[in-house]
Design a protein. Structure first.
Ligand code: C2E
Ligand code: MG
Ligand code: MG
Length: 647
């Protein structure tokens, strides 16, 4: 009864002041704010109150007619009580049921014992956007959303079994196919002759309330600015995924991406543009990660991604892609804005917990931040050494060029018939201050992946040509062979890079050989041919490096604008020992001759290999037998020694 009196008192308070605050109501009723909330919500759901939003406040009004339909069954007490609250709620007990039924602003219907609609009021017709005739003699399920029909049947059974059904949230279908949310209240009413029962249905429209609830839900789970999952949702998903992973063997990883200089970005861009930037960051994040991965925003400047896959590589791969993706600036209005990020990665082990994972990857991002806010750092415990090494290399590569850790070495290329040095291959070297030398076979593919190869390749080319000019000064007219990777051909304007470098050093193109692997030819033959033609116009020669290891058929060479083949050292190793290698080398040389291509044998280490090549009339050779790759100065010394030896 206390509860009922609270309902009534709440109605009285609202009748006196529609703007009443929940806090004041709670105080007047002597209940907690939470209870006051639920009292108002109940009254609203049952149609006694309507809520209007006024600015930041809710305002409540009583049902427009101030008439309250007397609830039947267990609600009768409430109805009686409310009825007694005259003049706030004009008691309807004295009104005829028909009058109240018709005038009530609460959509109401009566269903007969046969399950068909007997009566509907104007409010119900308005709610369903159908005239009365379309509703009468139809089953109530016809106006119930298909997904809710089963529940409607259960509701009917419940009511017939004497159980009350109040405030059940259901969807009804309007004539235009749209649906409305209603608070379904069903009670049993004996027919006037007492021989049967009808069902009395009140269905106040709660669509606005549902919309509000959805909004509140979305506030609870999504970041309002970017629309990404927020910490709560990401934690929930992560917990689910960890459970799934235990069953399926998937590997779960977490990437933390921290934006550097966040405050500074807001200070310089202003709030609106900085907000726009955050939305773009979110889009870039979401479009870079894999389909199954989930991105979230954990705080202003911290984003996180949950990755899962079978191979266990996904988080590493995604982290690298993110790192790569964030190198490109964002265009905000007319400004280009670069955003530096620190990325940390961790991978779940069998006993991993959600919060620990988030913490580990955040710590890894902190480490990245400490290294200058540029790196991808893996949390040690979780990942194998390969991934860690890869990540270290990536970190190191970015500063390698600017930090003066790269150099170019030169390996002599010799004319076999005369043993004269006629050129040199430029080979890139990286000496890291801590790890020492890192081989190009290890770091060049990474540089390609990270999009650094264009910059590095151009630097090698210029160093190499500068060296040619110095050899000239020493009186040695040599050519230099420079390696060009597939990515360099595909992603840079190789022709202009080469022509500018030649111009700047004032050297003719004939002093330059570009070494390409067969994979370049395979990538896009037509594109390659057009570039090759332009390079040849500059006088530059093209060589196919590591020939024999790729897939280009000898026949295709005829149509390609190349000048030279470099036979892979793998075949030279077996010369004179393995008859298959010998035959292959012999065939390549013979065929190259018929196509008027010159041939260089790579990796000559022994006199016997050299002798064999001589018998095959191979023109050029390169290998430790003639000299290892050495730095520019040592190479110059080698040249002067040779010249003086010849002299
Ligand atoms: P490559 O172009 O086939 O270069 C020849 C490789 O064979 C070099 O390895 C060289 O040191 C090695 N070599 C030469 N003579 C001998 C020998 O007699 N015996 C043995 N065992 N090895 C020999 P390096 O310097 O480790 O380079 C590996 C690869 O890295 C190169 O293969 C090339 O594909 C790539 N590379 C090097 N510098 C660059 C560069 O500036 N740009 C690009 N895109 N790739 C480069
Ligand atoms: Mg080469
Ligand atoms: Mg080679």
């Amino acid at each position: 009864m206390q509860l009922l009196s609270n309902y009534g008192s709440a109605l009285l308070l609202i009748a006196n002041d529609p703007h009443i605050r929940i806090r004041e109501m709670a105080a007047s009723l002597g209940v907690s704010e939470r209870s006051a909330h639920s009292i108002v919500a109940d009254l609203e759901r049952s149609g006694y109150l309507a809520r209007r939003r006024e600015g930041r406040r809710n305002s409540y009004t009583l049902a427009p007619t101030r008439e309250v339909v007397m609830p039947a069954g267990p609600e009768r007490n409430l109805g009686t009580f409310l009825g007694a609250l005259s003049p706030v709620c004009a008691p309807t007990v004295e009104s005829s049921f028909d009058d109240v039924f018709a005038a009530s602003w609460i959509p109401t219907a009566v269903i007969g014992g046969d399950g068909l609609v007997r009566r509907v009021n104007a409010a119900a017709c308005a709610l369903l956007a159908r005239p009365e005739r379309e509703l009468l003699a139809r089953s109530w399920s016809d106006f119930t959303l298909a997904e809710d029909v089963e529940q409607w049947r259960e509701t009917v059974l419940d009511v017939l079994n004497g159980r009350e059904v109040r405030f059940a949230q259901r969807r009804l279908v309007r004539s235009d196919g749209s649906h409305v949310w209603v608070s379904l209240n069903v009670s049993m009413e004996p027919t006037s002759d007492g021989t049967s029962v009808n069902l009395l249905i009140h269905v106040p429209d709660i669509t606005d309330q549902k919309r509000l609830e959805e909004q509140v839900d979305s506030f609870n789970f999504y970041d309002a600015l970017t629309g990404l999952a927020n910490r709560t949702l990401l934690r929930e998903r992560l917990a689910e995924t960890l459970v799934d992973a235990r069953a399926t063997g998937l590997t779960v990883g977490v990437i933390t991406l921290r934006l550097e200089h966040f405050r500074h970005l807001y200070a310089t861009l202003g709030d609106n543009r900085a907000d726009e930037l955050m939305r773009r960051v979110a889009i870039r994040l979401a479009t870079t990660i894999g389909e199954r991965d989930i991105a979230g925003r954990l705080s202003d400047d911290v984003f996180a991604v949950q990755c899962c896959d079978l191979s266990g590589d996904e988080s590493g791969v995604v982290a690298q892609s993110l790192w790569h993706a964030f190198r490109a600036p964002f265009v905000i209005g007319e400004r280009q804005v670069s955003v530096a990020v620190s990325i940390g990665v961790t991978v779940a082990t069998s006993g991993s917990e959600v919060d620990q994972l988030l913490r580990d990857s955040a710590v890894a991002a902190d480490r990245a931040h400490d290294h200058g806010g540029k790196l991808v750092v893996f949390s040690d415990a979780a990942l194998g050494r390969t991934a860690q090494r890869r990540s270290d290399l990536i970190a190191g590569l970015f500063s390698a060029l600017s930090g003066g850790e790269l150099s170019v070495h030169f390996q002599p290329i010799v004319e076999i018939s005369s043993s004269r040095i006629i050129g040199a291959e430029a080979l890139l070297r990286w000496r890291h201050p801590e790890w020492g030398d890192v081989g190009p076979a290890e770091f060049i593919p990474l540089a390609e992946e990270l999009g650094l190869i264009g910059e590095m390749g151009e630097w090698v080319l210029r160093e190499a040509l500068a060296q040619v000019a110095r050899w000239d000064a020493l009186g040695a007219t040599l050519y230099v062979a420079v390696n060009v990777s597939v990515q360099q051909v595909l992603t840079t304007d190789l022709v202009s890079v080469v022509s500018r470098a030649l111009e700047d050093t004032d050297l003719p193109g004939t002093r330059l050989v570009l070494e390409l692997t067969e994979s370049v030819l395979m990538e896009d033959e037509r594109f390659f041919s057009s570039i090759a033609t332009e390079l040849k116009e500059l006088g530059v020669s093209l060589a196919i490096d590591d020939f024999g290891t790729g897939f280009s058929s000898l026949g295709r060479l005829r149509d390609l604008p190349v000048d030279e083949l470099k036979i892979d050292r793998g075949f030279i190793r077996g010369l004179g020992i393995d008859s298959r290698d010998s035959t292959l080398v012999e065939t390549i040389i013979a065929m190259a001759r018929s196509l008027r291509l010159s041939v260089t044998a790579e990796g000559i280490e022994t006199e016997s290999q050299l002798d064999y090549l001589r018998t095959l009339d191979c023109q050029r050779g390169q290998g430790y037998l003639f000299g290892r790759p050495v730095d520019g100065q040592s190479f110059e010394r080698l040249l002067t020694e040779r010249t003086s030896a010849v002299a």
